[in-house]
Design a protein around this ligand. Structure first.
Ligand SMILES: CC1=C(CCC(=O)O)c2cc3nc(cc4[nH]c(cc5[nH]c(cc1n2)c(C)c5CCC(=O)O)c(CCC(=O)O)c4C)C(CCC(=O)O)=C3C
Ligand SMILES: [Fe+2]
Length: 362
């Protein structure tokens, strides 16, 4: 049977964007931080991370690879829809891709955001960006956002196998005593408290995925590993509380508790973003080395075919919902499948209300 994507006639990959050459770094950082009160010292530090990597973030290349894999997955499975890509902070900008989609006569697109969790930064801010991008465009397509996928089997399975592979890399005598250190992007504690329909969704969703990985690893290996959810990439003024502990502080504490080998699992990042290659592979790896701890970083989902397929599954699931059909929603772990349409007021903008698409308050 041919899968039915109606009423959708396009898919839009929505991402963050990153610089591609040294001259891009400062304007990119200005785009990201406009009006957000990030201290100048923090900006200079983050700018150095990008310059150390030749002024090029890995994120756009990761998205190009994901796009190619997604087009292949859809075409191979009889889903004949164009796939577009637009970013919040760098070329190709969402405003430009929406112009193109409008010119191409697209009427209704399903949006897949490269952030798996609920928070203002990872969800509503993208919905605001979509509203900005269609603003003033005559005949722009209707945009729906596909549900959060932190607990979709395609993402979970990819992260379970990445964790098992990293444990295997430690070999005999490391593997069994290793800690699993789950890492995600820190956000202000107030942003976490306000995330999702009832608050606290950002941390709750990460904990649910971390627990699921720990249990699936136990089923595979017979070991229930010690584990922790920790954070990286804190920014903002020092007096504003952000989620802790920082991954480096956590490693220090574990060194005092006996220096176990660590497998760092970047569940907060769907591919090798700058936070992964700098904050984890460079900085946290150096911390572990200084402390004399073995350190292996698990792979991100990237272009794992099971993760690429999540887009197709969610597209077809949502298409069926929009046609009024009953659907079974694939999900793993302790939390139910997320809502299709964000409830009014969820993940509020800390700087005040702005128009946002794809929610019940749209
Ligand atoms: C939750 C979350 C995600 C995950 C969800 C998602 O993917 O969206 C994410 C992703 C990313 N964040 C990124 C880069 C940056 N984030 C910054 C600043 C901030 N991030 C925040 C949160 C998040 N950020 C917050 C609350 C701030 C404070 C300022 C503000 O309220 O906006 C800054 C400013 C400098 C700094 O202080 O770090 C930069 C450069 C990149 C690109 C990486 C690359 O180039 O590969 C990506 C994928
Ligand atoms: Fe960020």
């Amino acid at each position: 049977m041919h899968p039915d994507p109606r009423p959708y006639d396009a898919v839009l990959l929505v991402s963050f964007g990153g610089p591609e050459k040294p001259d891009d770094v400062v304007p990119f950082l200005e785009n990201v931080t406009r009006g957000r009160g990030i201290p100048k010292e923090r900006l200079e530090e983050v700018g150095r991370h990008y310059f150390d990597f030749g002024g090029r973030s890995p994120i756009n290349d990761q998205n190009r690879a994901f796009l190619a894999a997604l087009r292949e997955d859809l075409a191979s499975n009889g889903v004949d829809l164009p796939v577009y890509w637009g970013n919040r902070n760098w070329d190709p900008y969402l405003a430009d891709v929406l112009k193109q989609m409008t010119a191409d006569g697209i009427e209704r697109a399903a949006c897949f955001v490269t952030s798996a969790y609920s928070s203002y930064s990872g969800c509503r801010q993208y919905r605001e960006n979509l509203a900005d991008a269609v603003g003033g465009l005559d005949g722009a397509p209707r945009l729906d956002k596909l549900r959060h996928y932190f607990n979709h089997p395609g993402f979970v399975d990819a992260m379970v196998d990445a964790t098992l592979a990293a444990l295997a890399d430690l070999g005999e005598g490391g593997r069994e005593t290793a800690d699993l250190v789950f890492v995600t992007h820190s956000i202000p504690t107030a942003m976490n408290d306000a995330s999702g329909p009832e608050g606290g969704a950002y941390v709750a969703q990460h904990r649910s995925l971390a627990e699921e990985i720990v249990e699936r690893v136990r089923l595979e290996t017979g070991h229930r590993h010690r584990h922790e959810l920790v954070f990286c990439s804190r920014s903002g003024p020092p007096q504003v509380p952000w989620l802790e502990p920082d991954v480096n502080d956590h490693l220090e504490a574990r060194a005092e508790a006996g220096r176990p080998p660590v497998v760092v699992v970047p569940i907060g990042f769907v591919s090798d973003h700058m936070e992964v290659v700098y904050d984890l592979d460079t900085e946290a790896a150096a911390t572990a080395e200084r402390l004399g701890m073995r350190f292996v970083r698990a792979a991100t989902a990237g272009v794992d075919p099971r993760f690429v397929r999540v887009v197709r599954d969610l597209l077809l699931e949502r298409a069926a919902v929009e046609r009024g059909e009953d659907v079974a929603r694939a999900v793993e772990g302790s939390l139910p499948a997320s809502w299709d349409v964000c409830p009014a007021g969820c993940c509020p903008n800390p700087r005040g209300d702005r128009p946002a698409l794809a929610g019940s308050d749209a």
